[in-house]
Design a protein around this ligand. Structure first.
Ligand SMILES: *Cc1c(COP(=O)(O)O)cnc(C)c1O
Length: 230
C-alpha cells in the first residue's frame, strides 16, 4: 500500500517538493533498493539485521543527491554521533549480512510451510502466495527475511499466551534481527491503527522472528507449544 501511494507521488514529488522516505529495516538493502526505486531517503535500524546479534543499537540513513545537502546540514547541527564500539559491532555484523539473511529466509520459509497446515492460523509472511501483499512483495523485493506474523483464531486468549510461553527455543522480545528466534504476543493497543494487522473477533496476533537455529528444532518447538492452543 505504501508503495502504491509513493509510486504515484514519485512522478509529482519533484514538482511539489515532496520528499519520500522508507523504513527498510525488514528487507534491508540486500533485498530491497529504495533509492533505485525513487525514494529520497532510506532508513534502516542497524539494531536488527545489520548487527545481527541483538547487542547494539544504531541506525543508518541512505539518501540520494537531491536531499544530501539538507541531511548533511541537519547532521552537522544535531551533532548526533554513533559511539566507536557500537560502530565496530555494526560493521562487524554487516560482513555476514547476506549469509545470515539467506539462512533466516530459508528457515522462515520452512516454518511458514509448516504453519500453513494449521487452519486456525493465518500467516502474515509475504513470501506465501496467499498472504496479504504477496504481489507487491514479489514486484519489489528479491527475498524475505525472518519476521512473520501469525493471526491465531481462538476463543481462549489464555491458551494463546500459554502457546507463546511454552516455546523453549524462542526468546520473548521486540528486538528481532539477531541470530535467535523470538516470539511476541501483541495486544490490540500495540497494533494501533495499522490496518493490515487489525484483528477480527477471537483473533490474536503473535509475531515470530525466525532465527538461525536448525529449522527442524524450531518446527519441533512450535509443534509442542501449539498443543496448548485451544
Ligand atoms: C525496531 C525497528 C525500528 C527501530 O529500531 P531501533 O534501532 O530499535 O530504534 C524501526 N523500524 C522497524 C521496522 C523496526 O522493526
Amino acid at each position: 500500500m505504501i508503495f502504491k501511494i509513493y509510486q504515484k507521488s514519485f512522478k509529482s514529488q519533484k514538482k511539489h517538493k515532496i520528499y519520500t522516505a522508507i523504513d527498510n529495516t525488514w528487507g534491508t538493502p540486500y533485498y530491497l533498493k529504495p533509492i533505485k526505486l525513487g525514494f529520497d531517503m532510506s532508513i534502516v535500524s542497524a539494531t536488527k539485521y545489520y548487527s545481527g546479534h541483538s547487542d547494539v543499537m544504531g541506525g543508518s540513513l541512505a539518501v540520494n543527491k537531491r536531499v544530501f545537502r539538507k541531511v548533511q546540514l541537519a547532521d552537522n547541527v544535531t551533532g548526533l554521533r554513533l559511539g566507536p564500539d557500537d560502530a565496530y559491532l555494526i560493521t562487524r555484523g554487516l560482513r555476514t549480512l547476506d549469509v545470515r539473511l539467506d539462512k533466516h529466509q530459508d528457515n522462515a520459509k520452512k516454518i511458514a510451510a509448516f504453519l500453513s497446515k494449521y487452519k486456525n492460523i493465518k500467516l502474515l509472511y509475504p513470501y506465501k502466495k496467499n498472504s496479504q501483499n504477496f504481489r507487491m512483495w514479489k514486484k519489489y523485493y528479491s527475498g524475505s527475511s525472518g519476521l512473520m506474523g501469525l493471526k491465531i483464531k481462538s476463543k481462549n486468549k489464555k491458551s494463546v499466551t500459554k502457546f507463546v510461553n511454552s516455546l523453549k527455543l524462542f526468546g520473548y522480545g521486540y528486538s528481532w534481527g539477531g541470530f535467535e528466534s523470538l516470539a511476541l504476543h501483541q495486544t490490540n493497543f500495540e497494533i494501533g491503527k495499522r490496518n493490515y494487522l487489525k484483528l477480527g473477533k477471537d483473533e490474536h496476533l503473535v509475531r515470530l522472528h525466525i532465527g538461525l537455529e536448525d529449522p527442524k528444532d524450531i518446527i519441533n518447538d512450535i509443534k509442542q507449544a501449539l498443543k496448548h492452543l485451544k
